[in-house]
Design a protein around this ligand. Sequence first.
Ligand SMILES: Nc1nc2c(ncn2[C@@H]2O[C@H](COP(=O)(O)OP(=O)(O)OP(=O)(O)O)[C@@H](O)[C@H]2O)c(=O)[nH]1
Ligand SMILES: [Mg+2]
Length: 444
Amino acid sequence: MSEKTKEEIESDNDQLKEALGAFGSLDDSKLDALKKKIESKKMNRLDQSIKIGVIGVGQAGSRVAETFYKKGYSSCVINTSKQDLEFISVEEDRKLLLDGSLGGTGKDLDLGREIFDDSVSQIEEFLYPTINNQDMAYLCVSGGGGTGSSSVDTMISVLFGMGLPIGVIYILPKQTDDAKSKSNSIETLSRLAQMATENKISSLIVVDNAKIEQIYADLSQSKFWDVSNDAIVDPLVKFNSLTSKASRHTSLDPSDFAKIVSCGDCSIYGVIETSNIDEETGLAEAVIESLQDNMLAEGFDVSQTRVGGVIICADSKTLDEMPAININYCFHMISEQTKGASIFQGVYDDESCEGKVRIYTWFAGLGLPMKRIDTLKKESKALQDLQREKESSRGSQMSIDMGKDNTTKTTDEINRKIKKKTSSFGKLQRGKRTSSLIDKRRRR
Ligand SMILES: Nc1nc2c(ncn2[C@@H]2O[C@H](COP(=O)(O)OP(=O)(O)OP(=O)(O)O)[C@@H](O)[C@H]2O)c(=O)[nH]1
Ligand SMILES: [Mg+2]
């Protein structure tokens, strides 16, 4: 029996609903449960070379995990903020709220680490359904926040203990993010790099919001996160699904893909589309452009690549008509840029390309993006210096000239009060972890 189309199923459902209307209305919660069942069936049918369970931590990480979930991947999310979890569309039992702050960590890495450290057994238990029966786990976090960023030590150690190869999708901050975000992101990247060196992480994919902002410069703010999260997830999903299929041209096998994701150290990837298929060097030129402009992170030295993958997709008519030499030039160019790395190649029919050629590239085994780290360090320092300057002139800006003695007194008093207030914020944040002031008084 042939499978019904989505439209046919919807029309059947509508008719059924109408018919049942005579006896009473349908229970929406039961319908939701049924939908979930169908979703989970879809998931099982998903084409994957490597079965991947995805864990998103913090807001950005959760949204990326949600994007994987929408593509049928087994996904779960963890946050310290209840509100941020509410907007994530994964199954409710795949959401974990960790207690211990007012909601979020306010980019405080120490607080975040304490919370994750104290929740190891809860996290282990929670992760099990998502990564059970999977071949690999991918952890998604942003470097700029507190929750996702501070979770990496605990999360990697827990996942490592569960025995799966671990990949990380690590998101660097936007150009306009603040100094704290930038310094957090460098600190966490250095921790992740250390874990990659110790072979705890087998694939550290770096994506950079600042670069994504450049690639999708015309997007409105409201669409930016959706588009950027799709851009982050799409290359991995495409590599994973295309390599699970045979190609009538050139196949990139699942074991080739496995070599890419288990190569160690940093990875970058991206996709470029071109319609320049009449010129022999059209694809090669697109790839050169892609290395400059379309990879989702920059500052890497691509010549350090140890293992890479290139997948060329086009509709069958375009591939049938395109001379082989165009593709050969393209592969040759990549081989030259990566200085003799093992580059696995695949050419696949994809009717959605509609006359264009899409080229996915993935370079693995790279060192850290030193140029980008230097820029982040400089930007973060410049912003911190400005902050410090503001802090030091704070007292005088708030003083009223009532004679030297009085002014000094007023300034001191204001500063003292503000300091007290600041430390109360810390106490409030940590209030749920230690007993509160009120509790202490009661005990006396
Ligand atoms: N790619 C992408 N980046 C995001 C998204 N949301 C936030 N970011 C980036 O993530 C960083 C902020 O980190 P969050 O993930 O919001 O922080 P968190 O992990 O929830 O930590 P808290 O500080 O405790 O809230 C900034 O650099 C943002 O640019 C998203 O949906 N996609
Ligand atoms: Mg948050």
